[in-house]
Design a protein around this ligand. Sequence first.
Ligand code: NDP
Length: 384
Amino acid sequence: MTRAISILGATGSIGASTLDLIRREREKWRVVALTANCQAGELARLAREFGAEVAVVGDEACLPALRDALAGSGIAAAGGAGALVEAASRPADLVLAAIVGTAGLAPTMAAIEQGTTVALANKEALVSAGDVMTAAVARCGTTLLPVDSEHNAIFQCLAGNSLDHVRSITLTASGGPFRDWTYEQLVAATPAQAVRHPNWDMGAKISVDSATMFNKGLELIEAHHLFPVGHDKLKIVVHPQSVVHSMVEYRDGSTLAQLGPSDMRVPIANVLAWPARMDTPCAPLDLAALGELTFRAPDEQRFPATRLAREAVEAGGSAPAVLNAANEIAVAAFLAGHIPFTRIAAYVADVLAAAALPAPANLAEVIAVDGEARAVARAMMELA
Ligand code: NDP
């Protein structure tokens, strides 16, 4: 029996890791839809290789290039936000949501509304939509499988246990490329330095998020929605080796951890095969060669992002969506050379203080909050 899969964000880092695994057991999968934003040539190449039904670019201006690249293949081509939603709504056994940022929100919600199992990498969508997304998951009877390595680790450590018995959940953080830098060094950090992660090979946005620790902040909010044990039970510890991917402590004093190599194909394989297991080409863990695993408390003076995220979770309402939108604008401004690294968190704090927006009750309201927070952020950063 083959399983049908759609991959949103197929040309990205998570998309490539997913397709690498599917390529290794090609006979088990039927690829329905593959999407990108504008990498039309690469998307067409993948769509041809995997025999996709449809290939979609989010940016409509890139549709002519996609059509040209798919000419004669029999694969349908489409473009624009509506086409992404249509692609995500097509019948499939699994939708892998790996678009970066809130651009992935509407298609992810469309897959949830169809009742299709969603493997979620696109953390920004859950951070923005929060209760709106979890309510849709419950209403539609959808299963949300976490791809993020930390959340996938927690998911595995919780298997067969009740949330009622959880004393705490600890998210591990590598600390990013700047974990040992002084504040003065951080002020001068360049985009090229920020995207060079010591342990993981990832897209530019999440790499900067890892450097600021906003990635861990977003993950704290993500964990709050995926594993509702109460935000006071969520902890963060810096673990530079990225071998322990997260931990769950139970009321009897047992702590379960999931360990593995720093390779996203491990958590992706977990969601592809769930509830079974599949082979991966990932190097086995060699603890003796590693020698030691270390842990330390996060430094919220140099990296205020996790404190801001915790405050946003506690505030609830629109605060997580505002934090996420402000961070997306600030990261793009940093990558474009418009603002220094240390201003990313400073601007997010200022936008959170300035944008007192109502709590969103549905997808349209989440998108409205996201848009307003982006406008406030752009005005503050004096961006066009
Ligand atoms: P990449 O930047 O490598 O890829 C992003 C993908 O999204 C590409 O396919 C890109 O298309 C597409 N895309 C970007 N903008 C839009 C848009 N406006 N509309 C439609 N599609 C768009 O990101 P990653 O793969 O690193 O990350 C994807 C998601 O997974 C993020 O939310 C990230 O936080 C999460 N994640 C990533 C991990 C990793 O190891 N990379 C680990 C855990 C979570 P195009 O190529 O055409 O630009």
